[in-house]
Design a binder for this molecule. Sequence first.
Ligand SMILES: [Zn+2]
Length: 97
Amino acid sequence: MQRNNRFSTFYGILVSRPLSRLYRRWVFARLMRDEIRIKRPIKQELWDAGMRECQACGQRFSALKGAELHRKDEDKGYSVENCELLCRECHQELPGR
Ligand SMILES: [Zn+2]
């Protein structure tokens, strides 16, 4: 198989461009789903423990949906101990997330 514009490599495998795009989308969707699967229970646990306001500005959340998970130490992974809830505005101002 000759390499030309119609093909691109995906993890070292030569595939047609439309297929490669499809793969990338699939991998991205999987990553997003894993992230939600990890983050959601932590958010819920912090919420249930009584963290009902932004830990930076003190604004009360009306619902858990409005809260965003922030890692206190971005070198560490997502865990209840390493995470806090922030409002969207505060979260966007912080590096790392
Ligand atoms: Zn805030």
